[in-house]
Design a protein around this ligand. Structure first.
Ligand SMILES: [Mg+2]
Length: 393
């Protein structure tokens, strides 16, 4: 009997201790959680995980705390609140790896070979990136379409081919070999997404009054300075910020500085001075890059007009406007003053141009191309760094 009473007493005592321990633990957890909410200190999942192992009656209290928007925000749980926010951000930014809403590319032959070609298409229709893509992406906002020829950090000198019908993008050739730009320390390949504005042409028969140089016979060049690496053949909407007046072996070779309108920094960049403010060093690096990039190939340093100062956006818009007028004369075969037999003006969209062709002719052009193949190997020589002494220029 005595033993039985002792067992009962011990059992009651243990139950009491358990209840007290449980209540204390609940209180500690509750205090910890409140402290964290108030102090915004580092909150871990431990109190909440531990709470799930407590008595069922505690769970609803913890669930209420989990559902608190403030707590969710502080500890960035993957709750519906944060998911909704993420989806909204994703929607605001277009996928940079897709070409524009309208344009796609089709490749022919093997990359890194003489035969490789990139054609641009709108839907199922092949077109010329030189002549058929409108210059303006949004005329009222003064934004332009840019055709990306060379994605940032790559070396292959890809460009819109002026001599072949529908002007596919192909790699430039020098003395029978594919051309790669040298890496001049500390740069690697091109330091921006590099390309051209469609429906522009630097007329070699016109002497630029501002610089005394003739045009280089190409569409006008663009350096797109946004943070994303674009794709070859991508068409992106850009905001123009300014330009440099490069004199390349005596020819006028404007370099437009622009940014993808979908870049997060685009809203802050509205003129050339904003570039130095938000991207310190970029303009200086751009001048250096253009000065030296042909030196490893045995050519002299390039020169700039205007003491290598960047011109502002109004100046750049004016230059683009001029080159657009020259292009109009070119595509309508009016007063260019040159024998342009080698310059391919085949197009599919330009109304009233004598060079406009129909689908039958386009099919004929495309059927003559090689099928797409795997890339050919590239010599490791293109990764070489060249040390050019800028102070001696
Ligand atoms: Mg050029």
């Amino acid at each position: 009997m005595i033993i039985k009473n002792l067992v009962i007493a011990a059992s009651v005592a243990c139950t009491g201790i358990s209840i007290i321990w449980g209540v204390r633990k609940y209180r500690i957890l509750k205090v910890d959680s409140r402290q964290d909410m108030d102090s915004h200190s580092n909150i871990t999942m431990e109190p909440i995980v531990a709470a799930k192992s407590l008595e069922e009656e505690l769970v609803p209290k913890i669930e209420i705390e989990k559902a608190s928007p403030k707590l969710v925000q502080d500890i960035t749980l993957p709750s519906p609140v944060t998911e909704t926010k993420h989806k909204k951000n994703t929607k605001e930014l277009k996928n940079p790896l897709q070409t524009s809403e309208y344009y796609t590319i089709e490749e022919f032959g093997a990359p890194n070979t003489l035969e490789y070609r990139v054609f641009l298409k709108k839907g199922t229709t092949y077109l010329s990136p030189f002549h058929d893509i409108p210059l303006f992406a949004n005329k009222s906002k003064k934004t332009y379409n840019m055709v990306v020829e060379v994605p940032r950090w790559t070396n292959a000198k890809m460009e819109i081919c002026k001599e072949e019908p529908l002007n596919p993008i192909k790699q430039d050739i020098k003395k029978g070999n594919l051309r790669y730009v040298a890496n001049c320390f500390p740069h690697h390949g091109y330091i921006w997404n590099y390309g051209a504005l469609p429906q522009t042409w630097e007329n070699p028969n016109k002497v630029d009054e501002r610089t005394g140089c003739r045009g280089d016979n190409d569409p006008i060049d663009v350096c797109e300075i946004g943070h994303r690496v674009a794709k070859r053949g991508q068409v992106i909407e850009v905001k123009v910020l300014g330009c440099f007046a490069l004199i390349d072996e005596g020819e006028m070779d404007w370099k437009i500085i622009a940014i993808d309108v979908n870049d997060p920094l685009s809203e802050k960049l509205n003129n050339i001075d904003d570039v130095e403010k938000h991207m310190p060093g970029l303009l200086k690096a751009t001048v250096e890059w253009f000065r030296v990039y042909k030196i490893p190939d045995g050519k002299p340093a390039n020169q700039f007009a205007f003491n290598a100062e960047a011109m502002n956006k109004d100046f750049a818009h004016e230059v683009i406007h001029e080159t657009h007028i020259y292009w109009k004369q070119l595509i309508h075969n009016q007063g260019t003053g040159l024998d342009l037999e080698n310059l391919e003006r085949t197009c599919v969209n330009v109304e009233n141009s004598q060079f406009k062709v129909d689908g039958v002719k386009v099919a004929e052009i495309i059927s003559a191309l090689p099928t797409k193949q795997a890339p050919a190997p590239v010599s490791p020589e293109i990764d070489k760094w060249h040390y050019v002494h800028l102070q001696k220029l």
